[in-house]
Design a binder for this molecule. Structure first.
Ligand code: ZN
Ligand code: ZN
Length: 363
């Protein structure tokens, strides 16, 4: 099953001609999951190889404008372009408490009637995810003119034992969220592909005398079969090694994680996508604003033993490599060096708009 990540916006704070506001798409077999949706995400999507109509799930890390102000516009455009081909499955949207009210209210105020259904599942943050003075409660979302409760998604609380939030658990994937520290509560997401049974070993099936037909299907699905001669064949006799699932972790803005959920869920991630808003020389300023530097991102990647670190969410002053001035000593290339120095020179990738990173099946 093919899997890749496309960066649609890699800039912090606002979209610019060289870096869009935060957004990326994880694509698995044509199905697209959107992570963050900053202003302008829909035009970035149009410039990419991806189709907005293929989006089935949307995950929002936190409620700063550069991560979700593109959402109402994107939903409206998907609706306009859907024509009569209305999908029966609702688009599932996951994000911090308050997001449901925001979407419902923008649709209500603009008299927008989307042609497809959507549900918003809200994650309830804990008080230690941001400075005390920034903490807001969301009692207002329970006002009488709030969105209807029925069919409007779950309210997901922290599983305090696991230190995480369970968002998705289907045949192929488990998606969990974990807590981050930022100016306002922020989350990271861990997408874990489930282990799949290995392929049937044709030679072994032949050697053991298993006749082609329904027995193959049963064995493939983990069910033993009894041959005509009374011999029992177990799936492990004829299946190749199971295919290990891949793990992709995407963190929202942060100056650190809260609790051990992040390290547990990002452990040995195949791809770890972490923000690095400012360079290491500005670490104090970065922390003050709830952000990270390359060194901080790399230290987390090292702790998790991540296989590949990708940095994103760069201050707009860091132009993409191709546009960087020659001999620049405070440019984007420095950020790469700073991260690599922590990771014993293991290569670090700097995200750029429209960059696509494939995640190959594990051998
Ligand atoms: Zn941001
Ligand atoms: Zn932010």
């Amino acid at each position: 099953m093919s899997m890749d990540v496309t960066f649609l916006g890699t800039g912090a704070a606002y979209p610019s001609p060289t870096r869009g506001a935060s957004a990326l798409v994880l694509r698995c077999e044509g199905e697209c999951w959107l992570f963050d949706c900053g202003e302008g995400t829909q035009t970035q999507l149009m410039k990419s190889q991806l189709k907005a109509g293929r989006i089935t799930k949307i995950f929002i890390t936190h409620l700063h404008g550069d991560h979700f102000f593109g959402l109402p516009g994107l939903l409206c455009t998907i609706s306009l372009q859907s024509g009569s081909t209305v999908t029966k499955q609702p688009i599932e949207i996951y994000g911090p408490a308050g997001l449901r009210d925001f979407i419902w209210r923008t649709m209500e105020l603009s008299h927008t009637e989307l042609v497809f259904p959507y549900v918003v599942h809200e994650l309830v943050p804990t008080a230690d995810q941001c400075p005390t003075e920034e903490l807001k409660d969301f009692v207002h979302v329970n006002r009488a003119d709030s969105p209807p409760k029925d069919g409007q998604g779950r309210t997901i609380l922290l599983d305090s034992e696991e230190n995480s939030y369970l968002l998705v658990d289907d045949e192929q994937f488990v998606v969990k969220a974990f807590r981050l520290f930022h100016r306002i509560p922020s989350f990271g997401f861990s997408v874990m592909e489930k282990k799949r049974p290995g392929k049937l070993n044709a030679q072994k099936l032949k050697d053991l005398g298993v006749p082609p037909g329904p027995a193959y299907g049963k064995l493939k699905n983990g069910i033993s079969v009894v041959l005509e001669n009374g011999v029992t064949i177990s799936p492990q006799d004829v299946l190749k090694k199971p295919i290990v699932g891949r793990k992709i972790c995407i963190l929202g803005d942060c100056s650190g994680v809260v609790g051990d959920g992040g390290v547990k869920l990002c452990f040995e991630a195949d791809l770890l996508i972490h923000e690095a808003t400012l360079d290491d020389a500005q670490m104090d300023k970065a922390k003050e604003h709830g952000h990270s530097t390359p060194q901080m991102a790399a230290a987390f990647a090292k702790l998790c033993q991540a296989k590949r670190l990708v940095l994103t969410h760069f201050s707009q002053r860091y132009k993409p490599v191709a546009l960087a001035r020659e001999g620049e000593t405070d440019g984007i290339v420095e950020l790469k060096k700073q991260a690599e120095s922590v990771l014993d020179l293991q290569e670090v990738t700097l995200a750029e708009d429209f960059m696509v990173i494939g995640i190959p099946i594990k051998k």
